[in-house]
Design a protein around this ligand. Structure first.
Ligand code: FMN
Length: 202
């Protein structure tokens, strides 16, 4: 959910829990552009069911922050793109690993907002939107299999490369189990002494 309104709707529909996913997140995203720091406490205040925080979380210290905002758990996508087990193309992983701040952006906002890495496809979409392209024109530009082409086939210029802002916090590709261990370790250290733990790259 990208808003308190959608979270309330999910609760009314009988959901057991909601994922509150902020603007930083990779992949499909909300139109409201609400960041996790604001969205998580807003959704926690709006519903009575457990809230799972997502969007921009890649380290134990961030997990601690999300839980301190009232979330009951966290969901991470971007961090695990940079795991050994992720089936995405090695060239995509490598590009994500070396990304710097500002290398991702929300795109396709008038069709279906997606946070992706800036590349030729992103520039084409941005230019089309600037010229006032219709939804159908954007659908034609997107075509079929654009994400597969980018993330699984490794076409770094014409493919859609979905990833979140948190990629800049990640300094290595590790086995998923090791990532969890590192996050848990940093979470526990932060819990023991919240003011002195320096965040390590996970
Ligand atoms: C490459 C990629 C693909 C994703 N695909 C989906 C998807 O198919 N369905 C979905 O609900 N969320 C998808 N997500 C969003 C994740 O489930 C998760 O909410 C999000 O990644 C959390 O933010 P983070 O990327 O900052 O960790 C995707 C995320 C990434 C990075």
């Amino acid at each position: 959910m990208s808003s308190s309104k959608f979270a309330r709707k999910a609760q009314e529909a009988g959901c057991d829990a909601v994922v509150a996913e902020g603007f930083e997140a990779g992949g499909h995203n909300g139109r409201e552009e609400t960041t996790s720091m604001v969205l998580i406490p807003a959704v926690v205040g709006a519903v009575d069911i457990p809230v799972i925080a997502a969007g921009g979380i890649a380290t134990g210290r961030q997990m601690y922050a999300a839980l301190s905002l009232g979330a009951q758990g966290v969901q991470m996508g971007t961090r695990f793109v940079l795991s050994e087990e992720a089936s995405s193309h090695p060239d995509f992983k490598n590009k994500v690993l070396h990304a710097t701040e500002g290398d991702t952006s929300l795109s396709l906002k008038s069709l279906m907002p997606v946070r992706m890495m800036k590349n030729r496809f992103y520039e084409e979409v941005t230019e089309a939107e600037r010229k006032g392209a219709s939804v159908n024109e954007l659908k034609d530009l997107l075509g079929k299999g654009r994400a597969k082409r980018g993330m699984f086939e490794g076409d770094l210029e014409e493919g859609e490369l979905e990833i979140g802002q948190a990629c800049t916090l990640v300094g290595d590709i590790l086995p998923a189990a090791r990532i969890i261990e590192n996050i848990w370790d940093e979470f526990r250290k932060t819990h023991a002494d919240p003011l002195s733990c320096k965040s390590e790259t996970s």
